[in-house]
Design a protein around this ligand. Structure first.
Ligand SMILES: [Zn+2]
Length: 300
């Protein structure tokens, strides 16, 4: 177990509707890294789920300091991470194909670009790309791939550009200041641009099955826990409407295997894989996949 100092901010209001009335939805802990306990609260007014209380902004970075944090590193040779990387190549192409259904070509901003693999593929396919990544290690790896990366969304203010496409692949749930990022996104997207947001879905079968062990709660790194209703409410308050959603079928496997590990199952891999399959089969009808890609466009 790693030692992380627990610096919490005091109880916060609902980040979505600002209500001060909330109750405990789930008591869980950081299974991935620190082992520290954290709670998820549910807003009594709008139903939004959020991590509360949460580490202060400066202390949050400490919870990412693991070699196991795959999106911030390129080198890791466990079977799991080799598998993760081959699936990643497939999903990167799939993400680009989704974008092409809405916009054929143009400029693309990837917020939270990690080591820049999605940007690199988009650039190869002739998109004009820019990225934002806070983590220094990940940013340096991305810059080695000849990509232009800013260290924070605030720096976009000084760049006089607007984008046809803005993407946040499993990023929005990590951002301490949700609303300042949303404001910048609204300013930086073209009038007819599209916004793609990938998120874990706590209405999925695997989330309900694993409850406090569900790996995609990922506390305290995930500060918000969205579903269709709450992400649509957040985006509509910034003038966006939902155009479409797409499943991320591999996330059910990845998340279920991790969740089985958190439960202490020695057969985490085969059992998690079977439950991932089951979760996807349930979602075939309900459309509540383990993770979803939401495509938004400004209200016309
Ligand atoms: Zn609320």
């Amino acid at each position: 177990m790693f030692h992380v100092e627990l610096k919490l901010i005091s109880k916060i209001n609902c980040p979505l509707c600002q209500s001060s009335k909330c109750s405990v939805f789930l008591e869980t802990k950081d299974y991935f890294f620190s082992g520290k306990p954290f709670d998820i609260h549910e807003c009594n007014d709008c139903g939004f789920l959020f991590t509360n209380p949460r580490p202060i902004d400066d202390a949050l970075q400490d919870y990412y300091k693991s070699e196991k944090y795959l999106s911030h590193t390129d080198s890791n040779d466990s079977i799991f991470s080799i598998l993760y990387r081959s699936v990643k190549q497939y999903t990167l192409r799939k993400k680009l194909n989704i974008i092409k259904r809405f916009v054929r070509s143009g400029s693309l901003l990837d917020i939270g670009c990690g080591t820049g693999d999605f940007m690199a593929l988009a650039k190869e396919k002739h998109w004009i790309v820019r990225g934002v990544e806070q983590n220094e290690n990940a940013r340096m790896l991305a810059q080695k791939k000849n990509l232009e990366i800013l260290s924070s969304v605030d720096q976009l203010d000084s760049v006089n550009e607007r984008y046809d496409v803005i993407t946040l692949w499993h990023v929005l749930e990590h951002l301490p200041d949700l609303h300042s990022t949303m404001k910048i996104i609204s300013q930086k997207i073209k009038e007819d641009g599209i916004l793609l947001i990938a998120l874990p879905n706590h209405n999925s079968w695997d989330a309900r099955h694993y409850e406090k062990y569900w790996a995609a709660y990922d506390l305290p790194r995930h500060l918000y826990h969205f579903n269709r209703k709450t992400i649509t409410a957040l985006l509509s308050s910034y003038g966006f409407e939902l155009k479409s959603t797409f499943p991320m079928i591999f996330d059910a496997f990845y998340v279920s295997i991790l969740s089985e590990q958190y439960r202490g199952n020695k057969l985490a891999f085969p059992i998690g894989a079977l439950k991932g399959l089951w979760s996807n089969s349930q979602a075939w009808k309900s459309k509540e996949y383990s993770s979803l890609i939401f495509v938004f466009q400004r209200n016309s």
